[in-house]
Design a binder for this molecule. Structure first.
Ligand code: NIG
Ligand code: FE
Length: 414
């Protein structure tokens, strides 16, 4: 066998191989190969095992990681790329006591970013999105999901989805696209919200389906955004067009979004800060991935989602950044995991599953990414630590040493 690249020897190789998403007590157990190696050919993983078995074989490039730890690249299963603009003023408004919804209803929030996105050309938006993708990559994120939801009319929603599609072919990262036209009611529909819903179900979704512009459809189901009935209508239509579905659920109030996600059979329900025990049980029963976004709670100074309860009830949990300019402005999954561990109460091993393989399940891309496994994309991060615990124990240190994306070494620490 010959390889383009061999990473090896590797002190601690964490493969995250598993046939099913991890949950319950199994989340504490990471598959580790000591003195391991990974072989790469044509952007894919073609060998995983002990270095002894591969030592001496031909490769154009060898990366020595003998004193390091190797993980699968992060799968950030919830971001709001593409976006433009600066909303730092809203952070100060919140510190002064205004709520997220008060800011949103007074024309700030999502509508603020809508202004930037609407007045940007597709090319400019694509350039901004490429910069965002590059920042994610240098922080170890090799797969990410992005959304529309800042265009809020036909042309601008499609513009965002077009950008996501182009982004997928112009970066080495895997990009999953979600249509979130039901993110916020745009001002021109204030007195006729049913017309906006109709535009989503009758124009945007059929167009996106026909042109293969999105994998998922999502709704911000919340008091002040979209009602349970509207969410159901939009997601039912989405399913009929063969989209996968997900919901921004129970972020601000215990509104019923998570229960609806279970009823509809969504792939994931995201946020869930206020989800009650019954909702958590339903998500577990129906196998809906609970996507927890601890950086949002941290950034908005809100209580965290009850991660231990989700795990105790047997839910599949994933952790993502929610990267957006308003409620979670971070490009670093590593920072998100630090918050997940110290704020939300995850163990280091749980945080790793939640941001790799389980997150791949949240996007239905578990056959391609999320673990270091033969046949999957060669998406790999290398860390200057000897064990997962040391990612967190000296907290806040950026111990990321290198990133391999689709088989290419795209980042390394000088
Ligand atoms: O996931 N909750 C709704 N949407 C985003 C925030 C978007 C924004 O504030 O721009 C979120 O937090
Ligand atoms: Fe979000």
């Amino acid at each position: 066998m010959d390889f383009d690249t061999i990473i090896g020897p590797i002190g601690t190789l964490v493969t995250c191989q598993s046939n099913s998403p991890r949950k319950g007590e199994d989340l504490r157990d990471l598959p580790i190969i000591v003195d391991g190696a990974v072989g790469i050919k044509d952007g894919k993983i073609t060998f995983v095992g002990k270095y002894d078995e591969i030592a001496g074989q031909k490769a154009q490039k060898t990366i020595d990681a003998s004193k390091k730890m190797v993980l699968p690249g992060f799968v950030d299963c919830h971001t709001h790329i593409p976006f433009l603009g600066d909303r730092s003023n809203e952070m100060i408004m919140r510190f002064e006591g205004k709520t997220y919804m008060e800011i949103a209803k007074s024309g700030g929030g999502i509508l603020n970013t809508m202004g930037f996105v609407r007045y940007s050309s597709e090319q400019n938006l694509l350039e901004a999105a490429k910069k965002s993708a590059a920042r994610l990559l240098e922080n170890g994120t090799t797969t990410f999901e992005g959304k529309s939801g800042y265009g809020l009319d036909f042309d601008n929603e499609i513009k965002q989805l077009n950008v996501l599609k182009k982004l997928g072919s112009e970066t080495s990262q895997k990009v999953v696209s979600t249509c979130l036209s039901a993110h916020f009611l745009p001002p021109e529909y204030k007195e006729k919200r049913e017309k906006y819903i109709e535009m989503i179900t009758e124009k945007i979704l059929p167009f996106a389906a026909k042109n293969k512009l999105a994998d998922f459809v999502d709704v911000f189901c919340e008091n002040g955004a979209f009602t349970l009935a509207e969410t159901k209508e939009i997601l039912t239509k989405a399913k009929s067009l063969n989209f996968k579905t997900r919901v921004h659920a129970d972020e601000i109030e215990n509104y019923g979004g998570a229960k609806l996600a279970a009823e509809i059979g969504c792939v994931s329900a995201d946020h869930l800060l206020m989800a009650d025990d019954e909702a958590i049980e339903l998500l577990s029963e129906k196998g809906v991935v609970a996507v927890l976004l601890p950086a949002t709670a941290f950034f908005l100074r809100k209580p965290f989602a009850r991660a231990r309860k989700f795990i105790e009830k047997g839910c599949v949990i994933a952790v993502a950044s929610d990267l957006n300019p308003g409620s979670s402005y971070t490009y670093s999954m590593f920072q998100v995991l630090t918050v997940a561990v110290f704020g939300m109460g995850l163990f280091p091993e749980e945080a790793i599953w939640a941001s790799t393989l389980n997150a791949a399940f949240a996007l239905s891309v578990q056959n391609e990414v999320g673990s270091i496994e033969i046949g999957k994309r060669a998406d790999i991060t290398i860390w200057d630590v000897s064990h997962p615990i040391y990612l967190f124990y000296p907290f806040g240190e950026k111990s990321l040493s290198a990133v391999v994306s689709k088989g290419i070494l795209v980042y390394w620490k000088e």
